[in-house]
Design a protein around this ligand. Structure first.
Ligand code: FAQ
Length: 310
């Protein structure tokens, strides 16, 4: 198929809101755009296991520990779905892992902050999973079939994660003054990095143009951020937490909250590898990946042996 015919039939499918599937013809730039986004999404899920994993042994009750373990396992599962979706585009898992470990591929800014107290676990579930859901619900309508389908399953699980985080925060806010202060302190530290999860302002988002043309993105970074703010402010009010933003105010005309400016210098520093925990997260990934080499070798040997018997 010549490139004009390919682009016409591809764009006809996009315009008709049909999913693009792995065996369909697609422009090279669409394929590489998706590999970048889906693999970065997968890396975020996997690196995102580290900050929470650090608290499994310190969970305050058996119930809390069971819930946290289940949540972290879910995040690992999401990473695996997403790596599989990216593999359908012709990249191997090894290449993706290499891109993560060498710093070529990014992962979400949010996982480069330290998790200092149990209230941070509440804030991650409530704010981080909450932000992830807002973004991922809109990705359920993304144009690439395997990515869209992965989002349906992932969103169901993230909803449970968001509620468990809110429950932790609500319990702490109905506790002692120290517990309330701990919850507010977590809120103060996690609010702004959570808003950064939606990416730069639309006016400063180089990937958005192609992403909208190809219906990879259905809603813009700023639209989704606004949606998250509007729903989260109300949830914070219900349990008595305040939002650490002096400029936050209800805008009667626009029927949404105005908010203060995000520290984009901090955002750039963190996504380019210089946040508080970037080095620790990647070092940890490399160490455990190397330690687990024997598992991959054993699985490969088992697969080869099965093939010999066939
Ligand atoms: N962090 O032009 P745009 C989770 C980069 S899952 C790091 O606007 P785009 C679950 C961007 O990659 C969270 N980098 O880019 C969980 C690009 O750089 P590049 C992950 C960011 O792609 C919870 C550059 O800036 N979710 O949390 C960020 O159109 C709890 C310019 O940006 C997803 O990945 C950022 N926040 O829009 C797990 C969702 N924002 O690649 C464990 C899928 C931007 O050119 C515990 N991804 N950059 O070098 C997306 O929806 C999009 O990729 C955006 C960015 C919206 C993140």
């Amino acid at each position: 198929m010549d490139s004009t015919t390919l682009n016409t039939s591809f764009m006809e499918k996009i315009d008709a809101d049909l999913n693009i599937e792995p065996k369909d013809s697609m422009p090279e730039k669409y394929r590489t755009h998706l590999i970048r986004q889906i693999s970065q999404h997968a890396h975020s899920e996997v690196i995102g296991m580290q900050p929470e994993g650090n608290w499994i042994t310190r969970a305050p009750s058996l119930r809390a520990k069971q819930i946290l373990l289940a949540k972290i396992q879910d995040e690992g599962g999401h990473g695996l779905y997403l790596y599989s979706a990216a593999e359908t585009l012709g990249i191997s898992r090894e290449e993706m892992v290499e891109q993560l470990q060498s710093g070529k591929a990014k992962y979400s800014n949010i996982f480069n902050y330290p998790v200092l107290t149990w209230a941070d676990i509440g804030a991650i579930g409530w704010l981080v999973d909450g932000a992830a859901i807002v973004n991922q619900v809109s990705l359920q309508r993304t144009s690439y079939g395997p990515y869209a389908r992965a989002m349906f399953r992932i969103c169901k699980e993230e909803s449970f994660h968001q509620r468990q985080g809110y429950e932790i925060m609500a319990n702490m806010m109905s506790g002692t003054p120290d517990q309330r202060q701990m919850a507010q302190d977590a809120m103060n530290r996690w609010w702004w990095p959570s808003l950064m999860m939606f990416g730069p302002h639309d006016s400063d988002s180089p990937r958005s143009g192609d992403a909208f043309t190809w219906k990879i993105k259905r809603k813009s970074n700023d639209e989704l951020r606004q949606k998250f703010i509007d729903k989260t402010v109300q949830q914070a009010e219900v349990i008595g937490l305040s939002i650490p933003d002096a400029d936050l105010a209800w805008n009667e005309e626009r029927q949404c909250y105005d908010h203060g400016e995000i520290n984009w210098e901090e955002f750039k520093r963190v996504i380019n590898g210089n946040g508080p925990c970037n080095k620790q997260r990647i070092d940890h990934h490399i160490n455990y990946h190397n330690e687990g080499a024997w598992v991959r070798e054993a699985a490969e040997a088992y697969k080869n042996q099965l093939q010999e018997f066939k």
